[in-house]
Design a protein around this ligand. Structure first.
Ligand code: MLT
Length: 410
């Protein structure tokens, strides 16, 4: 008899965003006349930068000529892209990450899940709550948890609440944890950690032989000084942290697919026999077996992000979405809603008005204002009573959404 991976049966009904999609499409079927504005999933809306398009067109032409055609590329990514990443994202900030510590991938979502292949099943895993659901679900799938309880928490995971009460800064746990997921700028709360806050985590990991999985997919949105752009700005982080970055949210690659995972060679975890081993080597082994990297055309497009033209265009895109976030923030504050995030991130996190549950507010918004957001409780039990709005949309839609919020709540 064929056995299945029964860990999948432990998963809650569905992944959050498809669940929202189902509710919205059922509403639209019943109200075909409604002009629904979607501020739910954090998916970009603006076209790709011209520099990226030009580079991808040129790469398509290369693929069409025998002399320049490319077959399988290096599993780790082409050197032209890895070098640009190392230079622009790290070395220019005084961080010593070399190109061979960078692995090009097809997304941070994929790699934050895939990375579990190289970790054992006995690790105590800590996540913030609320959290990007991928970290939880991939651990459930890998059999690292028990069953889910009525609040949506899985037995065996260590939850680190991040709420207005602790200023959205996760506290160091009392128990010893082995793997810690941190996402900053944060999805879903849009908040950030200071250098000092992040240092506490790096120090904890160094003292406890833990590893931090640091998701920096929203790094481009940092506007305030003193907010770390990379965990490797913290002394010693290169011994304990893997960093994930993406072209999705800065250059609009959600549909193109290109990201990167940094695995420094100095991370040397211990085997059960007390031997040190090289995490970089394990990840390289995993990638060369299970992955053939991203297409040449896409990697050429990603490399163009680092050209002077690309940098300027990406800067404009990010500024555009940040301005949307500001409009949402200010528009909600004007009707006395408590709002967080949205300054260093494309997400605005708010307290639901009148103490409504997150899903009740979701339904009210959809039915009365034809607006879609993401219920905070969908990101974890501590997200109950909160709601997330994505700033990824056209200016027209954001302005219209603000007007509808003000009409509903004013
Ligand atoms: C979100 O809405 O949280 C994002 O779409 C997450 C992602 O990039 O997968």
């Amino acid at each position: 008899m064929t056995q299945i991976n029964e860990n999948f049966l432990k998963l809650k009904a569905g992944y959050l965003f498809p669940e929202i999609g189902r509710r919205v499409s059922s509403f639209c079927t019943n109200h075909p006349e409604a002009n629904v504005i979607r501020l739910g999933i954090g998916d970009v809306t603006e076209p790709l930068p011209a520099a990226v398009i030009q580079a991808m067109h040129a790469a398509v032409d290369e693929m069409g000529a025998r002399e320049t055609f490319q077959g399988y590329g290096p599993e780790q990514g082409y050197e032209f892209l890895r070098e640009s990443i190392a230079k622009h994202d790290y070395q220019s900030r005084g961080i010593e990450i070399s190109s061979d510590e960078i692995f090009v991938s097809d997304g941070s979502k994929c790699d934050t899940g895939n990375i579990l292949d190289i970790f054992g099943g006995q690790n105590v895993v800590a996540i913030t709550d609320p959290v990007y659901p991928v970290y939880v679900d991939t651990n459930v799938m890998a059999g690292h948890t028990g069953e889910v309880d009525s609040t949506g928490r899985y037995e065996g995971l260590v939850y680190l609440p991040v709420t207005a009460e602790n200023n959205f800064v996760p506290e160091i746990p009392r128990e010893k944890v082995d793997l810690v997921y941190l996402c900053y700028p944060n999805n879903p709360t849009g908040t950030v950690l200071s250098h000092a806050d992040l240092k506490k985590w790096v120090d904890y990991a160094r003292q406890n032989e833990a590893i931090i999985l640091y998701d920096a997919a929203y790094e481009a949105y940092i506007t305030e000084a003193g907010v770390p752009h990379s965990i490797y700005e913290i002394e010693g982080a290169e011994e304990v942290a893997v960093e994930f970055r993406s072209f999705s949210k800065n250059a609009g690659f959600t549909g193109v697919r290109c990201a990167m995972t940094v695995v420094p060679k100095s991370i040397q975890p211990m085997t059960a026999d007390g031997e040190r081993c090289d995490l970089h080597h394990l990840w390289n082994r995993r990638q060369t077996t299970k992955f053939n990297s991203v297409s040449y055309i896409v990697q050429r497009g990603a490399a163009a992000v680092y050209s002077p033209q690309g940098q300027q265009e990406v800067g404009k895109l990010v500024a555009f979405y940040l301005d949307n976030a500001r409009l949402l923030r200010e528009g909600l504050q004007a009707v006395d809603i408590n709002v967080y995030g949205g300054v260093n991130a494309p997400y605005v996190w708010l307290r639901t008005p009148g103490g409504q549950t997150s899903w009740d507010f979701f339904d009210t918004l959809l039915e009365k204002s034809h607006l879609v957001g993401t219920p905070g409780s969908g990101f974890g039990a501590s997200g109950e009573g909160y709601f997330r709005l994505s700033a990824f949309n056209s200016r027209e839609n954001i302005q219209e959404a603000v007007a509808r919020f003000q009409q509903l709540l004013g």
